[in-house]
Design a protein around this ligand. Structure first.
Ligand SMILES: *Cc1c(COP(=O)(O)O)cnc(C)c1O
Length: 409
């Protein structure tokens, strides 16, 4: 049957989109990872030193974490059996929630299956159409998606620019205000201007929400994250998200906050209510990882020493890293194909490093995202630096060429 003429051929559109991805060096290919062991992975059959993951404290393979999960699976099975609200909320989930609330000094905690689901939950549950969600331009995709679900007005300020954020809040004086920011930015590794955002929130009667995905376990006293590192109280930063899949080496996410926020989210968030609870054994593993991250502070100390070593070595070799003092050490390259080539060359030399391209970063922002872990040794870091030397030389040549062009104009 003929259509009215405005029907779009979906297959055709998808094929065209695919062609554009190929032409723009934007295709994401999954690698097959096997035999991971701390700092090493076997990737498509090749053994590589892993500088691409988020296992910042080296806990994902810790024998105590693995054993805790094995024992718990034996005792309570693999699946939770239902959503939290029906009959899937186990004692193991509660124990983890209490431990995270205690650690961060917040009254209540709520466990989610992932950080992505938690961010959707927070923004969707707290905001309504007509409300304003003020966000850093580099916030994680899940925060944007949450605001879209809420049908709230999404107002994005230039990266880490708290003065611009204030102007934008003043320009949108109607509706409730939620200020949502990554604590440590996932692709840049820098830290949000939290004291200024907390002041803004207080002035504008807004709520500040900090996503501590890359900060929890890594920075701040006792690894409590970016809000604690900035010295903010639980009044100034009332709502925090700790994800469990990064420094805590497992999977899931825990939201902490006061009763009036957490209760409302638990009662209304669709990504909390309409999904099966995470396996209780996973909660036990995460609780074990949390204990280790607190008891073994040397992991953080070692991580920060490796970060300093890497930055000093990169500087000495003329590699221009972004200004980050977290385990995320991006090396901007700009061009998608160049980033892909650089990651490929590193792989040939035995290193797994992420080539990050749009839309994970803005157009022209392609980079190597090098991540460090307490599982690395000084020798691992030195070997990576040596492997980056040809790239340093290549970038130097490019800069000289660009500089020459500028001079000629
Ligand atoms: C990884 C990440 C998330 C998502 O967490 P998952 O548990 O992996 O779903 C959310 N926010 C930020 C900033 C992240 O980096």
């Amino acid at each position: 049957m003929p259509t009215d003429g405005t029907r779009i051929d979906l297959r055709q559109r998808l094929l065209e989109a695919d062609e554009q991805r190929v032409a723009g060096d934007l295709v994401r290919r999954r690698r097959h990872i096997s035999q991971c062991h701390e700092a090493f992975v076997r990737c498509d059959g090749q053994r590589l030193r892993n500088f691409a993951g988020n296992d910042y404290l080296g806990l994902a393979h810790h024998p105590a974490v693995v054993a805790a999960m094995q024992v718990a699976a034996k005792n309570c099975g693999v699946g939770a059996g239902a959503s939290h609200a029906v009959c899937g909320h186990h004692g193991e989930h509660s124990a983890l929630e209490h431990a995270v609330a205690d650690w961060l000094g917040y009254p209540r905690a709520l466990l989610f299956g992932s950080g992505y689901l938690a961010n959707l939950a927070v923004v969707q549950a707290l905001l309504q159409p007509g409300d304003v969600c003020l966000q850093d331009k580099l916030d994680h995709a899940s925060l944007i998606d949450g605001a879209r679900l809420a049908q709230a007005k999404i107002v994005r300020y230039p990266h880490a620019d708290a003065a611009a954020a204030l102007r934008q809040a003043q320009a949108h004086p109607d509706g409730a205000l939620l200020i949502a920011t990554d604590g440590v930015f996932s692709m840049d590794g820098d830290v949000a201007p939290l004291p200024e955002l907390a002041t803004l929130a207080a002035q504008q009667r807004g709520v500040l929400y900090v996503d501590e995905a890359h900060a929890a376990g890594v920075i701040g006293p006792d690894g409590r994250g970016s809000a604690a590192a900035a010295g903010l109280t639980s009044e100034q930063a009332p709502l925090l998200l700790v994800t469990l899949g990064k420094a805590l080496g497992t999977c899931g996410a825990v939201l902490v906050g006061p009763d009036w926020l957490i209760e409302h989210i638990a009662q209304t968030a669709r990504t909390y209510i309409f999904t099966t609870a995470a396996p209780p054994a996973l909660a036990v593993a995460a609780l074990t990882a949390l204990k280790l991250s607190r008891e073994e502070a040397w992991r953080r100390d070692k991580l920060h020493a490796l970060i300093a070593r890497f930055r000093a070595g990169a500087h000495a070799r003329g590699l221009r890293l972004l200004d980050s003092h977290t385990p995320i050490q991006p090396l901007p390259l700009g061009d998608n194909a160049l980033a892909m080539q650089a990651a490929h060359d590193l792989q040939e030399r035995g290193f797994l490093v992420g080539a990050i391209r749009p839309p994970s970063v803005p157009p022209g922002g392609a980079r190597l995202r090098i991540t460090l872990s307490a599982a690395h040794s000084e020798a691992d870091v030195d070997a990576l630096l040596a492997a980056l030397e040809p790239l340093a030389a290549q970038m130097e040549t490019r800069r000289d060429a660009a500089g020459g062009d500028e001079a000629a104009h």
